[in-house]
Design a protein around this ligand. Structure first.
Ligand code: AMP
Ligand code: MG
Length: 330
């Protein structure tokens, strides 16, 4: 059997590496993940090392069956079932009380664990074959652009992971939406629009990870960022030509002349298409070594909230961030 070009030998190899404490990059429907056995603290520690991810930033645990879900949480509250029935398998992460088997390093010492059941057939096959829950953040260095193609993972992490499974470009292109129940609260905008969750939970409170004060010194407001500085522009047509010549433009629907390079997220103005193109377009613009990337925000509703969240955080200047970290530690 092969799943979208991934043969069963590759699935077996990935599963066997994971069982033996390895770290494997694999496709999910959101972005490429960097997975390790969530029951193996040493294996998970390698993820933090490879990503240079701060140890206070907990990981999402990926499961492939109801049985596996129940093995990683203490209980599944009634309200969680409504969300699970509607959105799993899929790009919704739910924060639940954690079972003891989950290594403390996975949850950064919290007594809750963030869980999701991915829909991508390759992710499901690998997790199912491994037979253990898989802790997996995005397969990129911490704070950097997320990977939506195996090629992105190769460029950023080649030689540092045990295997990269290439399942083609990811469908959604932005990370999962994260919610916690009691009261129903949105922690991160993502591939499931908040409006769709609210059809089930009623109005969600917002306690967004991206709005919180840094958890600790060194915690960065900047995230999802390419090496080229990103600037949000309302109207690229009013940027002086002199500046456009040395910059790239990430436009929503229409190109603007005068820029050194332009990527359009969706000519049709389709937010799903725009989300799927977002990180790939930023990876491409970054490769051109431009002075700056001007980015246009998209309409804020539905998936637009997830896209704009990534763009805003990508545009936090490194200077400002250094100043605030400095103040934090004084
Ligand atoms: P990433 O792995 O980069 O997609 O990020 C996962 C996000 O989930 C992080 O920003 C965490 O802060 C958040 N997260 C993971 N576990 C928990 C938890 N138990 N409670 C609240 N947030 C969590
Ligand atoms: Mg990430």
């Amino acid at each position: 059997v092969s799943i979208r070009g991934v043969d069963s030998e590759t699935i077996d190899a990935a599963a066997s590496l994971l069982r033996r404490g390895g770290v494997v990059a694999f496709p999910t429907e959101t972005v490429y993940g960097l997975g390790a056995n969530a029951l193996d603290a040493l294996a998970v520690a390698r993820i933090f090392e490879i990503k240079a991810r701060p140890s206070f930033d907990p990981l999402i645990v990926h499961v492939s069956s109801d049985g596996m879900l129940h093995s990683v949480v203490e209980a599944v509250p009634e309200k969680a079932y409504d969300l699970i029935e509607r959105f799993w398998p899929g790009p919704l992460t739910i924060v639940l009380p954690k079972a003891d088997v989950i290594a403390g390093i996975v949850t950064a010492g919290l007594d809750t664990v963030a869980v999701r059941m991915p829909e991508h057939p390759v992710a499901r096959a690998i997790i199912g074959e491994a037979g253990v829950p898989i802790a997996a953040p995005s397969a990129n260095p911490f704070g950097y652009l997320s990977p939506t193609r195996a090629e992105h993972v190769r460029r950023m992490l080649d030689g540092r992971v045990d295997l990269i499974v290439d399942g083609g470009p990811t469908a959604h292109g932005v990370e999962s939406t994260i919610v916690v129940l009691d009261p129903p609260t949105l922690l991160r905008y993502g591939a499931v629009p908040a409006e769709e969750i609210e059809e089930i939970t009623g109005p969600l409170e917002r306690n967004l990870l991206s709005d919180r004060a840094p958890l600790a010194p060194g915690s960065l407001a900047q995230h999802y960022a390419p090496q080229t500085p990103v600037r949000i522009v309302r109207d690229p047509g009013s940027v002086p030509y002199e500046e456009r010549r040395r910059a790239g433009l990430l436009a929503f629907r229409r190109p603007v002349e005068g820029y050194a390079a332009v990527r359009v997220l969706s000519e049709r103005g389709d937010l799903r298409e725009a989300a799927a193109q977002l990180f790939g377009a930023l990876h491409e613009l970054e490769q051109l070594s431009l002075e700056r990337i001007d980015a246009q925000l998209v309409p804020e509703a539905r998936l637009g909230a997830a896209i704009n969240d990534r763009l805003r955080r990508a545009s936090v200047p490194r200077e400002a961030q250094r100043v605030s970290n400095h103040e934090e530690t004084r």
